[in-house]
Design a protein around this ligand. Structure first.
Ligand SMILES: C[S@@+](CC[C@H](N)C(=O)[O-])C[C@H]1O[C@@H](n2cnc3c(N)ncnc32)[C@H](O)[C@@H]1O
Length: 214
């Protein structure tokens, strides 16, 4: 991602951080996050280290830590999302088990820690080079790779196309991307993973993959 796109993503999601934090405080995890948690927990999380890329305010990995995961590293481009994540992890008594990195994961991946479980929840559709993001993030994953991204149906495809057009027309600093679900799955599987879980919400596909044994 070029530096303008990174700073556009930073300022757009900075403006959303308060809303994300408020939602988590009031209602907890969203439906697709509950599915991700379910699919991940089915594979076992005891003492596992988590890597959440595009972690937002951190609700999902914080809940998994409460359920028995060991440590979590959260990456996000947005400074304010991470400020909320730090605040929530402190309030929940999980600060000693969390660390946060600000920036584009693809640019920082070299120094990122590897993890047993990697999560990208509604992040692939925020990034132009999905191929690179999948390649870099699967390379850091020892066991479980969990994702949510937009569904493949006419309604969702058109809604994303309309949003992309709207953001471009009104020169919003960030705009979303609609990547082909078939292509996303193909890329994840080509990195040595097999699928273990799938659920849908109105907008999102939620999938969990496990690294194939050699
Ligand atoms: C739609 S939000 C979802 C946040 C969180 N996963 C959730 O569901 O509440 C996408 C987040 O991904 C972050 N993001 C997008 N591309 C990223 C990248 N390449 N590296 C790190 N963070 C990224 C954005 O800054 C934003 O906070």
């Amino acid at each position: 991602m070029n530096c303008c796109a990174v700073s556009g993503t930073n300022s757009f999601f900075n403006s959303q951080a308060r809303h994300y934090e408020k939602y988590f405080r009031k209602k907890g995890l969203r439906k697709e996050q509950k599915y991700l948690a379910e699919g991940i927990q089915q594979r076992g999380i005891a003492q596992a280290d988590l890597l959440e890329i595009g972690c937002g305010v951190g609700g999902l990995h914080l809940r998994l830590l409460q359920k028995g995961a060991g440590r979590a590293t959260g990456f996000d481009i947005s400074e304010r999302m991470l400020a909320s994540a730090r605040q929530l992890s402190t309030e929940m008594g999980l600060a000693a088990q969390t660390q946060y990195w600000q920036g584009d994961f693809v640019a920082l991946h070299d120094n990122a820690p590897a993890a047993e479980i990697t999560i990208l929840d509604k992040v692939l559709c925020c990034y132009a080079d999905v191929r690179e993001l999948i390649a870099r993030s699967t390379a850091k994953t020892r066991r479980i790779y969990a994702v949510s991204y937009p569904r493949d149906n006419v309604f969702v495809r058109n809604a994303f196309r309309a949003a992309i057009l709207f953001f471009k027309l009104f020169r919003v600093s960030f705009h979303p991307f609609y990547h082909s679900p078939a292509e996303i799955m193909k890329r994840i599987m080509a990195e040595g993973f097999e699928q273990t879980y799938e659920r849908h919400t109105g907008i999102w596909i939620v999938q969990v993959f496990q690294r194939k044994r050699a």
